[in-house]
Design a protein around this ligand. Structure first.
Ligand code: FES
Length: 97
């Protein structure tokens, strides 16, 4: 499962709404929690099919305990998921302009 970008592996891209500039994609690693993904992108499965939600912000599970993978359902709190020390760099931004 990969976020798709224009011309990248995985195929299609959900651009900005007409008349609105594209929002850059950011992925933020939440301490002891999911990856928050924001921006104008489309998440696709291994076969390139779009995966819901179509929202511009969603949380991807990285603990493996979610019942609604690839999305976080809050189970990381129940299983005591810990990520260790925070990364030194802030959110990653993909500028596709
Ligand atoms: S990170 Fe939240 S359920 Fe896995």
């Amino acid at each position: 499962m990969v976020p798709a970008g224009p011309g990248g592996a995985g195929g299609s891209h959900r651009g900005a709404a007409p008349g609105r500039p594209a929002r850059p994609v950011t992925i933020t690693a939440c301490p002891d929690g999911p990856l928050l993904v924001r921006g104008d992108l489309e998440l696709v499965d291994d076969d390139g099919r779009p995966v819901q939600p179509s929202r511009s912000t969603f949380a991807l599970c990285r603990c493996g305990a979610s019942a609604s993978r690839p999305f976080c359902d809050g189970s990381h709190k129940l299983v005591g998921f810990r990520t260790g020390p925070p990364a030194r760099t802030p959110a990653v931004t993909f500028d596709e302009s």
